[in-house]
Design a protein around this ligand. Structure first.
Ligand code: GDP
Length: 265
């Protein structure tokens, strides 16, 4: 019986004369390919993945040693003129207020009091310098951005300080940008990343509060973050996933910092 006019012939849908060779890959293949691509992206985000097993163990041991002793608080810098002389290696930790920066710093040192000094009144908008490894390395706790509790003039002042610091500190080897794993990269983080791209300062993302996420959601966030990073020339492709609460991801983060000390210059 002939098909009623106007009704498409479903048997012929999607088939063309050369469908035998040019047919789209079947769905299973596509799903498998997508899964593989996602796994590759995830693999590239793994910190220290480029190292051999031995090198990784050595880096972790160096990280442990580096953070094994509490750091020395050197000074709070409110003005570029107060910057200390350059260090062999300087790393900075930045992020939005409440991202978990203080908790992470304390967890890295296994010492609840370390970050307290940066959070004392008057210091929250300063670059707080801690020294490690007998002064070979400085860890700079940067003021949290995006918390407009202060007056406009004050906010402007510290924004300018942060900008000038990120632009003009040759010994700054890497900025660790902390991102809440639940929220991902926000416009203020983008701004910071753009500035670092422009000044060619290397930076690396550290996801925080990973314990608040289910594994699948965390992987999705990792992939999303990795994809976003692809557009940023100064971004390190490896992403740290941490939880100060559960003390996870700390070994690798310490090791990443210790690695910088291995290859100064
Ligand atoms: P900062 O403003 O960036 O220094 O953030 P804080 O370290 O003060 O942390 C802000 C809030 O997030 C506090 O309530 C912390 O208890 C909480 N927090 C920090 N790190 C973690 C974490 O790893 N897991 C969880 N669940 N909460 C965290």
């Amino acid at each position: 019986m002939a098909e009623p006019e106007g009704k498409p012939d479903v048997r012929a849908q999607g088939l063309t004369a050369d469908s035998g060779t040019a047919a789209p890959r079947d769905e299973q293949d596509e799903r498998a390919a997508r899964k593989q691509a996602a796994a590759r992206i995830l693999q590239r985000t793994q910190p220290l993945a480029a190292l051999s097993e031995e090198e990784r163990a050595a880096a972790i041991a160096r990280g442990q040693a580096l953070f094994g002793r509490p750091p020395t608080f050197l000074k709070g810098v409110a003005d570029m003129r107060q910057l200390p002389p350059p260090f062999a290696v300087e790393v900075a930790l930045a992020g939005r207020s409440n991202v978990g920066k203080s908790s992470l710093i304390n967890a890295l040192f296994n010492n609840k009091g370390v970050a307290r000094v940066s959070n004392t009144p008057g210091r929250t908008r300063e670059l707080n310098y801690f020294t490690l490894a007998d002064g070979a390395m400085a860890l700079v706790d940067m003021p949290g951005y995006g918390y407009a509790k202060a007056s406009r003039a004050l906010v402007k002042k510290w924004q300018a300080l942060v900008r000038d610091y990120l632009r003009g500190r040759p010994s700054l080897r890497r900025v660790f940008i902390l991102i809440d794993a639940r929220h991902g990269i926000k416009p203020q983080d983008e701004e910071a990343m753009k500035l670092l791209d422009e000044t060619a300062v290397n930076y690396q993302i550290v996801l925080t509060k990973a314990d608040k996420m289910r594994q699948d959601a965390l992987e999705k966030m990792l992939r999303r973050t990795a994809e976003a990073l692809a557009a940023h020339p100064a971004a390190h492709p490896e992403i740290h996933v941490t939880s100060a609460r559960k003390k996870t991801g700390l070994e690798a983060l310490r090791a990443s910092m210790a690695q910088l000390l291995q290859k100064p210059g």
